[in-house]
Design a protein around this ligand. Structure first.
Ligand SMILES: N[C@@H](CCC(=O)N[C@@H](CS)C(=O)NCC(=O)O)C(=O)O
Length: 173
């Protein structure tokens, strides 16, 4: 796996890749771009390793790491980085019920699906989102009270079991 910095695996005609490129440029984040030469008929080993489930681009690789596979110091670093991102979101949320204010909006819809992975991260990295980011967790619970969200999101325990299965399949301890 690539070491150091941000690597973007992409394909020239993919709008999903284009939007990541735009976001990285806008944020002033330097990145190494790697074109998937043949996204339809053959995937590169790096893509298969970095995105073994979906095998799709875009894929962002940061410091050559994948959170589920990391161990020891690497895992601790990944955990701290993840917590930093959560805290950034929490700051943005502030005391508002939703990211846009009183109304459930587009940003809530974009972000809430990731909350069903929190349990998995907590189990692997031994921390509590509730303790570290209570306001963010309040937002998660509030969103989950909505029928639309409750219907769409899988049970976090099911996500955890799935990740365990994938790790087993990939031979990751
Ligand atoms: N939901 C994904 C979609 C990514 C996607 O569909 N990527 C296409 C390129 S436009 C891909 O990698 N296709 C390869 C394949 O389906 O095997 C996203 O928003 O990033």
């Amino acid at each position: 796996m690539e070491e150091g910095g941000v690597v973007l695996l992409g394909f020239w005609s993919s709008p999903y890749v284009m939007r990541v490129k735009i976001a990285l440029e806008e944020k002033g984040i330097q990145f190494l771009y790697k074109e998937e030469e043949n996204i339809i008929l053959g995937k590169s080993p790096l893509l298969l390793l970095a995105n073994p489930i979906y095998k799709k681009v875009p894929v962002l690789i940061h410091n050559g790491r994948r959170r589920w596979a990391s161990k020891g110091e690497d895992q601790e670093d990944a955990k701290q980085e993840f917590l930093k991102s959560l805290k950034l979101l929490e700051e943005e949320l502030g005391d508002k019920p939703y990211f846009g204010g009183d109304q459930f909006g587009l940003l809530d819809i974009a972000l809430i699906p990731f909350s069903c992975r929190f349990h998995t991260y907590e189990m692997y990295c031994k921390f509590s989102v509730e303790k570290s980011c209570p306001k963010l967790m309040k937002w998660v619970n509030k969103c989950n009270e909505r029928k639309s969200v409750a219907k769409a999101l899988p049970n976090p325990y099911r996500v955890y079991d799935f990740v365990m299965e994938v790790k087993k399949m990939l031979g990751i301890e």
